[in-house]
Design a protein around this ligand. Structure first.
Ligand code: NDP
Length: 292
């Protein structure tokens, strides 16, 4: 049996992301063992110096640091549940997207298998791995994080958020939620302008600098929210923020006002509760206490 070195890494899952992670390690000269359920996906990596394991068990046994980047929580456990004995004494880093509660379940499961568990949320697309701008959020075993930063640095800027294994996923989903709603806002505007013959490309040129400038407002909203007083002077009130006119105008252009209507529902809930003179940041209360 070949000797295992502390710097050896095994990667299970060679989809778009797992392949990018493996490629960065091979490029850095690390001894990398790879495994994928379907054959053929390791060929390019093997040509560059990776070793392909014949089975997931063989991949786990090949290194002390085992990275999984599979489709979802169920696929991770489908692959790893039969391998609990092989995982004992190893460090398992799960970069598969899972819910916070699933990450916590995996941490408990790994502890029972006597493996050190670190969960990660990748804030990048595969082409960004190893490039500036990529980041990965980690939580779970601090020891696992600190001992393997030399590996993580090959992929992206890493940040460790604490021993609760669910935190990386929680931050990941929070950031992605903000992103998706922003993108839906862009789609709203693009759909409104399309009947006027304005291309989505033209609108993107206008929207990108506008939205970038508007992110300057986030700190101010955060100050109000963290201060806990939505009535501090100098804010745009909820009554002033009423988006009913927008909704009417959008509908008159023959497109759905749904993204804006969603925001108006959050505003209206607070106005109906008697908080119309408070600032716009108060809509966070509609999100924190739905139906209240
Ligand atoms: P892909 O769909 O490209 O790859 C999925 C991988 O999971 C493949 O290796 C596939 O194997 C494997 N797989 C699926 N089901 C099983 C199973 N039951 N048993 C064994 N292996 C299985 O996805 P990505 O590589 O893009 O993503 C992987 C993870 O990374 C996901 O959780 C994703 O959310 C996350 N991620 C991806 C990002 C991206 O931009 N791509 C960004 C951030 C996170 P097979 O080849 O045999 O089908």
């Amino acid at each position: 049996m070949p000797q295992i070195h502390d710097t050896d890494v095994s990667i299970l899952g060679l989809g778009a992301m797992g392949s990018a992670l493996a490629e960065a390690l091979v490029k850095a000269g690390m001894r990398t063992t790879v495994w994928n359920r379907s054959p053929g996906k390791a060929d390019a990596l093997v040509a560059r110096g990776a070793t392909e394991a014949a089975s997931a068990a063989e991949a786990v046994r090949a290194s002390r640091l085992v990275i999984v980047c599979l489709f979802d929580h169920d696929s991770v456990h489908e692959v790893l549940d039969p391998l609990v004995d092989d995982l004992a004494g190893r460090t398992l880093v799960n970069l598969t997207t899972t819910k916070p509660e699933q990450a916590r379940q995996s941490a408990v499961w790994a502890a029972q298998a006597k493996a050190d568990y670190l969960d990660g949320g990748i804030m990048a697309v595969p082409s960004m791995i190893g490039q500036p701008g990529a980041s990965i959020l980690y939580s779970g075993s601090e020891k696992a994080y600190r001992e393997n930063t030399a590996v993580f640095e090959q992929w992206a800027a890493g940040t460790y958020y604490g021993e609760d294994a669910g935190l990386a996923s929680l931050y990941d989903f929070a950031l992605l939620s903000a992103m998706y709603v922003m993108f839906a806002g862009f789609m709203q505007g693009a759909a409104m302008l399309a009947p006027a013959g304005v291309s989505a490309g033209r609108f993107a040129e206008m929207a990108a600098p506008w939205l970038t400038a508007m992110t300057g407002e986030l700190g101010g909203y955060a100050e109000v929210i963290d201060g806990g007083d939505y009535s501090v002077p100098g804010q745009q009130s909820l009554t002033f923020s009423n988006l009913s006119l927008f909704i009417e105008a959008i509908a008159e252009e023959g497109v759905s006002p749904e993204p804006v209507a969603m925001v108006q529902r959050l505003i209206q809930q607070q106005v109906d509760a008697g908080h119309g003179t408070d600032g716009f940041a108060r809509i966070i209360e509609s999100i924190k206490h739905p139906g209240a």
